[in-house]
Design a protein around this ligand. Sequence first.
Ligand code: DP6
Length: 329
Amino acid sequence: MPGRHQGTATSTACANIAFIKYWGNCNPDSRIPANGSISMNLDGLFTRTTVTFDPDLMADQLILNDKPSSGPALARVVAFLESVRNLAGIQVFAKVESQNNFPMGAGIASSASAFAALSLAASRAAGLALSERQLSQLARTGSGSACRSVPGGFVEWKVDACDTNSAAESLAPAGHWDLVDCVAIISTAHKPTGSTQGHALAYSSPLQISRVNDAPRRLEICRTAILEKDFEALAEIMELDSNIMHAVIMTSRPPILYWLPATLAVMQAVTAWRKHGLPACYTIDAGPNVHVITPAQSAEQVAQQLRQIPGVSDLLLAHPGGPARYLEI
Ligand code: DP6
């Protein structure tokens, strides 16, 4: 009986860093992106989520990092649970308990790992058995970048003419290439404009159309660089893509500037190091912190040099991570 469904499941998913960024939607309601994107899952930086559908509950509940959550965070989860209930044909409220093992506001998008983990746990607890592709599609509707945290390793979110079935798939497993993301933390303050708001402004920039039109070329270069483990090609296209996204962001109406002085200091240092033979490149999401990507053999040196830059308050290191998975507990 749909009104008495009971079920629980736990899952975990890594955060991810985009090498080619998602910025702007064709259809914001179902998060169909304006362009495809490519990312690497971040091992060790994860969300773990338990969902319990319970006929005795009077409303959905969200416990985030051990604290009851309300407001926009709860509303987003309730809307997501509603679509899972519709898919499963049940009408029971759920308790969602979610924990991130990385600090909130550390420049790691928690919505990606959160909605990827929630897709697995909520769908299984609701009695559904979805394929990886269906899970990625479901995660996308919660947060676009979350669809890339469902498959493992190096992942591409493909878009085909505003295809409503858009989902992400693995390009190569985590063990393919041992890159390290050294996240230079510059500020953990809450960002004034979140990515959902930022996506909505993308097309107010005169540069967004050129950015989107050129995306297939950048995706192709990035995909090939990953498959061939060509760090120099990857570095060039990754920095170009990040700079183009920030050019759009800075020229939106109203304009947004996510960078702080230390953001620029890290960018300049990283390009100078590369010129002098140290393989490292930067990419920056919707915030001031800088993700510095480097092959594992150089990670220690890169981390040590990043720590010397005034304004870098902390550093997180992550190797390529695997797919989202269920935990049997
Ligand atoms: C700059 O996936 O966080 O990190 O779909 O509104 O949740 P919503 O946005 P989100 O946007 C990510 C933007 C980005 C680039 C990227 O990860 O591709």
